[in-house]
Design a protein around this ligand. Structure first.
Ligand code: UD1
Ligand code: CA
Length: 469
C-alpha cells in the first residue's frame, strides 16, 4: 500500500531584534504590553497555535530583557532564542536563527514580532499554500491603497510573483504598485538556508533583505503569493499603532465573548487581558477592566468601572460599580461586593458574603454570609460565618514591625467603630459594643465593652450660657 511520508513538522522564526525607534521608549518595542502580554507574545502564540515547534525568537536590542519576558509569558512553550547582535536586515536576522534550527528539515514560517493582529488561520493558509503548491516559498501579500513604506510585489508577464522591491530601491513606476509584501513567509528549510547564503547587501539601505528570497524562489521552483487582510499584517511601529492594535484585539475579544453568551453593554468600553476566562451569562457594564488570571463564573454582574486582577469569582457574584480587586483573591457564590470596595491579595470571601463601600480586605478570610457593609479594614483576619462587622471597624494588624492576626468566630457581632488590636480573638457569637477598642480576647457568647463610660451633666448648657452673659 502506498504511504504518504510523514509530514515534516513546522518550525517558526519570529523576528524581534529591532529597537523600535519610533516608540521613543526605554523599553524594547516587542515588550510593550497589549492586553496584558508583551507585543511579541501574539505572533509567537499564533505560530505555536499553528503547530510550530520549535519557535525561534531572534532578539537583539535588549536581548536579555526580551528573552526573559517572553520566557516568563510562555513558560511551557518550545521556544528557542537566537541573538542577532547587530541589526543588518531581515535576511541577516533569519540567518541568526539557523544554529537554533539545526537538523530541522521541514517548512519554516517567518513572522515579525510586531504584528499582534495576525490570526492563526492566516498563518496556516500561508503554510498550506506552500505545501500544496510544493514550491520552495509562500509569502503573504496585501493590496493597499496607500502602499508607502512597504516592499512592492512585482509580477512577471504570466502574473507570477517575480520579486519584491523595497520602497527605497523602487523606481517611480514600481512605487505605484499597490500589492505589497506583508512580511509573513513560509519556506522550505533546504531552500531557505541555501538562498540566504546568497543574499547580499547591495541595495539602498545596505541591508540584507529577506525579500530577496522571492526572486530566488521565482527563479527555481516558484514563489506563491497568498493575499491576506491588511489589518492582520499591519505592524506596530509607534504608540498610536499600539493603541489601535489594542482596540482591534479588544473588539475581537468582545465579539467572541458575546457569541459565547456574555453580555457586554458597551463593547468599546471593555478591557480584558489575554487569558481571562468569563463564563456564560455574565453581564459586564462599561469601563470594566479584567486582568491577569481572572476567572468569572456564570451569572456574575460586573459593575461599571470595576478593575479585577487575578480574581476568581464563583457563580452569581455581584460586583457593584468601582470595585477594585487586586488578587490573588477568591469570591464565593452569590457574594455582593461594592460599590467602591477594595479587595487586596489573599482575600478569600465566602459564599453570600457582603462587602460594601469603602471596605478594604487584605489576607482576610470571610466565612459564608458574613457582612462588612461600610467603611472597614479587615487585614490578616480570619472571620467565621454569619459575622456582622459594623461600620468603621478596623483590625489593627500592624504594630510597626510585625503583622498580627485577628480571629472572629461564627455569628459574632462587631459593633460599629470597633478597633480590634491584633493578635486578638473574638469568640463565636460574642458581641462587641460599638466604639470599643479591644486588646484582649473575648470569650464566646460574651459582650465586650471597651469604651469610656458615658457621663451626662443635666442642665449644663443653660448654666454655661448664663455664665457668658
Ligand atoms: C519589511 C520588508 C518589506 C515588507 C514589510 C512588511 C524587508 C527587507 N522588507 O520591511 O518588504 O513590506 O517588512 O511589514 O524585509 N528585524 C530584525 N533584525 C533586523 C531587521 C529587522 O530582527 O536586522 C525585525 C524587526 O524587528 C521587525 C521585522 O524584522 O520585527 C521587520 O523589520 P522592519 O525593519 O520593520 O522591516 P520593514 O522595513 O518594515
Ligand atoms: Ca526597516
Amino acid at each position: 500500500m502506498p504511504r504518504t511520508p510523514p509530514r515534516a513538522p513546522l518550525a517558526a522564526i519570529v523576528l524581534a531584534a529591532g529597537k523600535g525607534t519610533r516608540m521613543k521608549s526605554a523599553t524594547a518595542k516587542v515588550l510593550h504590553p497589549l492586553g496584558g502580554k508583551p507585543l511579541a507574545w501574539y505572533p509567537i502564540t499564533r505560530a505555536l497555535e499553528a503547530g510550530a515547534s520549535p519557535v525561534v525568537v531572534v532578539v537583539g536590542h535588549q536581548a536579555e530583557a526580551v528573552e526573559a519576558a517572553l520566557r516568563a509569558a510562555l513558560p511551557d512553550a518550545p521556544l528557542r532564542f537566537a541573538v542577532q547582535a547587530e541589526q543588518q536586515g531581515t535576511a541577516h536576522a533569519v540567518l541568526a536563527a539557523r544554529p537554533a534550527l539545526r537538523g530541522v528539515r521541514g517548512p519554516v514560517a517567518i513572522l515579525s514580532g510586531d504584528t499582534p493582529l495576525l490570526r492563526t488561520g492566516t498563518l496556516r493558509a500561508v503554510v498550506t499554500a506552500r505545501s500544496r503548491s510544493r514550491r520552495p516559498l509562500a509569502f503573504a501579500t496585501m493590496d493597499l491603497a496607500e502602499p508607502r513604506g512597504y516592499g512592492r510585489v512585482l509580477r512577471d508577464g504570466a502574473g507570477r510573483p517575480a520579486r519584491v522591491v523595497e520602497e527605497k530601491d523602487a523606481s517611480g513606476e514600481e512605487r505605484a504598485v499597490r500589492e505589497v509584501n506583508a512580511g509573513l513567509y513560509c519556506a522550505d528549510a533546504g531552500f531557505l538556508w541555501k538562498a540566504l547564503a546568497r543574499v547580499d547587501a547591495k541595495n539602498a539601505q545596505g541591508e540584507f533583505y529577506l525579500t530577496d528570497l522571492v526572486a530566488m524562489a521565482a527563479r527555481g521552483g516558484g514563489a506563491v503569493a497568498v493575499a491576506v487582510d491588511p489589518l492582520e499584517a499591519s505592524g506596530v511601529n509607534d504608540r498610536e499603532e499600539l493603541a489601535r492594535a489594542g482596540a482591534v484585539l479588544q473588539r475581537r475579544r468582545a465579539s467572541a465573548l458575546m457569541k459565547a453568551g456574555v453580555t457586554i453593554e458597551v463593547p468599546e468600553r471593555f478591557l480584558c487581558d489575554e487569558g481571562v476566562e468569563i463564563a456564560a451569562d455574565v453581564a459586564i457594564e462599561p469601563d470594566v477592566r479584567l486582568r491577569g488570571a481572572t476567572r468569572i463564573g456564570p451569572g456574575c454582574r460586573l459593575g461599571q468601572g470595576s478593575v479585577l486582577a487575578d480574581a476568581v469569582l464563583a457563580a452569581g457574584v455581584t460586583v457593584r460599580p468601582y470595585t477594585v480587586i487586586e488578587g490573588p483573591a477568591t469570591v464565593g457564590q452569590g457574594a455582593i461586593l461594592g460599590p467602591f470596595s477594595r479587595i487586596r491579595p489573599g482575600s478569600e470571601l465566602g459564599e453570600q458574603v457582603h462587602v460594601g463601600n469603602f471596605v478594604e480586605t487584605k489576607k482576610a478570610r470571610l466565612g459564608k454570609g458574613s457582612k462588612a457593609n461600610h467603611l472597614a479594614y479587615l487585614g490578616d483576619a480570619v472571620v467565621g460565618a454569619g459575622v456582622n462587622v459594623g461600620a468603621g471597624t478596623i483590625t489593627c494588624n500592624y504594630d510597626g514591625e510585625k503583622k498580627h492576626e485577628t480571629r472572629i468566630g461564627d455569628g459574632a457581632f462587631i459593633g460599629s467603630d470597633s478597633i480590634l488590636v491584633a493578635p486578638i480573638e473574638i469568640g463565636a457569637g460574642a458581641y462587641v459594643a460599638a466604639g470599643s477598642t479591644l486588646t484582649d480576647a473575648v470569650p464566646a457568647g460574651a459582650l465586650a465593652l471597651g469604651r469610656a463610660k458615658q457621663v451626662n451633666k443635666e442642665g449644663w448648657v443653660a448654666r454655661m450660657k448664663a455664665r457668658k452673659v
